[in-house]
Design a protein around this ligand. Sequence first.
Ligand code: SF4
Length: 259
Amino acid sequence: MATFLFHQTVYGPIHSRRLGSSLGVNLLPENNKWCNYNCIYCECGWNPSGKGLQRSLPSREQIRRDLEEALKQLGREGRCPDVITFAGNGEPTLHPQFAEIIEDTIALRDLYCTGTKVSVLTNATELHRPEVIKALKRVDQNILKLDSGIAETLHRMNQPQKSISPKALAEQFRIFGGTEIIQTMFLKGDAGNGYIDNTTPEELDAWEALVADVRPSMVMIYTIDRDTPAANLEKISPEAMEHIADRIRKHGIPVQVSA
Ligand code: SF4
């Protein structure tokens, strides 16, 4: 199916279902994806494979230059975005200068668009690195992926390079002291590695238990909106998404639904 890559380091502003007007920052290669997950629903497609694959990352200087140009112009035109979002062609925290780039971004935001938030969408697998934690603690919104409370499902949905325990992953979220946002994709279908449905009662019990225990500032739940690399994945109905949201709202945690 038709997935897509971002061919710039700084793109937009685009309208995001979840974040509003968003100026995107892509710290990953401009011509292929780089991620330590390989989610069956990733809008950037499957991870590329093959020996000798070139991974040319944008430099800190290039990001700073491109971001300054965009923010300066948007500020001058009175069109500052709601948020600067680190997402793009993979996992942003894999960039070796992620911490320095966050430092530059906050300085540029403070200079040109003071009301704009800085947000990072991350799969949270790099939270063992102190410099990544330190940088993430400086941004306004950390949006952390947690697609299932059951390890087998998480592995089939996200296909991580290393084995992941959902409980251990969620435990790490506590370093943000409840300021973090948890983001979960709900879907059904057979991606070629067995039928997946992370909306069954057993799945929702396990996921709810982890979320209620961590108590994030918000939960964002969403379902498929665009083409996915795995064929045969199904959207979850808006009614079912609202039922899932209610399970979390009853714990006093706000939920944003994109269905
Ligand atoms: S973590 Fe994000 S970028 Fe990585 S494979 Fe999953 S959806 Fe794609």
